[in-house]
Design a protein. Structure first.
Length: 185
């Protein structure tokens, strides 16, 4: 696990723990890596409800309520499926916030419309789900590391926006200042 992801996870802990809000993840291509980052911080059990690794389409449908027709029409790698996965985990785990991923990490898979390296990330609250699409292929391991890190960073930015008055460890030690080279998202 990357140090950067652990730092962002620690920052997220402040938002979630102090607000009494909860988080769940619904992961396909990342296979639980986002959940691993979240639980790397002691005390995560106070706000992290859990994760469903919905690697197969039938699990996406049965456990997360993803529409089978949507998968049949657009494949499981599309913005709509990522959104449905995030909403589904909020419903299933009764959590306030969610992060979900679905994509083609490689080396196999992909379509002309969604080649290998296409990964959709959805994040936010049930009433405010946002999405981001990764499109570059750097090989399976790097694709998954990028998707995991990007999902954590996007959710961190969402939480900063949701709780604008929340001070995190002081301005000189928060995650954005520890990693100035990454700047904004």
């Amino acid at each position: 696990m990357e140090f950067e992801s652990k730092v962002f996870s620690r920052e997220l802990q402040q938002f979630l723990y102090d607000s009494g809000k909860s988080l769940g993840t619904a992961e396909s291509c990342t296979g639980g890596r986002i959940a691993e980052v979240i639980i790397s911080v002691p005390g995560a059990s106070n706000y992290f409800k859990g994760s469903i690794v919905a690697y197969s389409n039938d699990i996406k449908e049965e456990l997360l309520g993803v529409d089978k027709d949507m998968i049949d029409q657009k494949t499981a790698v599309c913005e709509e499926v990522a959104i449905q996965m995030a909403k589904g985990i909020c419903d299933k785990l009764h959590c306030d916030y969610a992060i979900s991923t679905t994509g083609f990490a490689g080396p196999a898979g992909g379509t002309p419309e969604n080649p290998v390296g296409t990964i959709w990330i959805a994040y936010g609250s049930k009433d405010d789900i946002r999405t981001f699409k990764l499109t570059e292929n750097f090989g399976r391991d790097i694709n998954l590391a990028i998707a995991t890190n990007k999902a954590i960073r996007l959710f961190y930015e969402f939480m900063k926006e949701t709780f604008p008055d929340r001070k995190l460890y002081g301005d000189d030690t928060n995650a954005m200042n520890i990693f100035p080279e990454i700047g904004g998202i």
